[in-house]
Design a protein around this ligand. Sequence first.
Ligand code: GDP
Length: 325
Amino acid sequence: MKQDSKIYVAGHRGLAGSALVRGLQARGYRNLVTRTHAELDLIDQRAVREFFQRERPGVVFLAAAKVGGIAANESYPADFIFQNLAIQTNVLEEAWKAGVRELLFLGTACIYPRDCPQPIKEEYLLTGPLEPTNRPYALAKIAGIEMCWAFNRQYGTRYLCAMPNNMYGPGDNYDLQAGHVLPALIRKFHEAKARREKTVTLWGSGTPRREFVYSDDMADACIHLMNLPEQQLAAAFSPQQPPLFNIGHGKDQTIRELAEIIKRIVESDADIVHDRSKPDGTPQKLLDTSKLSALGWRPRVSLEEGLRLAYASFKMGTDPIFPGR
Ligand code: GDP
């Protein structure tokens, strides 16, 4: 990527896309192109075609997706598979037709089999059955990876796929039904403290293990990948493997442990109780990031620091759903 490359960040208002825009701007990239959902509906193939033909970006970061936590995935499986397949198919196809050679496709750690060995290596993709609670989403993302790989082989493009583990940071979704566990727990402990409630309810048993990546770290990893010299990238994987890179933080903890840390940061004295009628989802999701670390990338933000930053941004009310509004 050159400093004056025209870079389209799809999904720039989301958690991942906004971190990418911050990261690119901080590194001096000024020629960024963005469109809000109202300006460009990525499900509309004709609109996507017109956009690419008119703007002709040189580089694309595809961070637009239909995302959500375990409950949203279970409630709206059709939306998750259809919208993600449509968005990524339209963007990949029209980007290629408009001459885009460099693209980064963002996915998720739930593409990997439910019960695969930990930490999860990229090569475990498609080696076993998926976790049922997010299978439609995971399958759409797997199709996106396959598509990037196929385009690279057939058209000689450089479409890379980055799979961050559970991401959090400024601009997260604090909706208790639609969002992921980390923002949900920040909000629950914050509200329990404000309302002097005695308990905070965790979904499920609290025993599943999750790894969390701060959004700015994820953006840093993606920009690092897109800036790798061709030779270094070629040494990292062969055309016989999908162009796949895990982005993780290196450590996981149980949901219960996460809740205890958030409780301390929020300074809440509520007791933690469990609603075991809610699903646990996959028992563990810890990514092996040795491929990316061999290419010189390390996460910088510790969970404690990231949680403090996320909580500060939540309290400032800059996040989309904030109890004070
Ligand atoms: P997942 O990583 O795809 O399973 O998605 P989530 O972030 O939604 O859930 C992770 C784990 O946290 C699951 O075991 C949930 O049951 C558990 N969890 C505990 N409390 C909550 C909560 O308030 N919201 C959500 N979304 N998950 C919770």
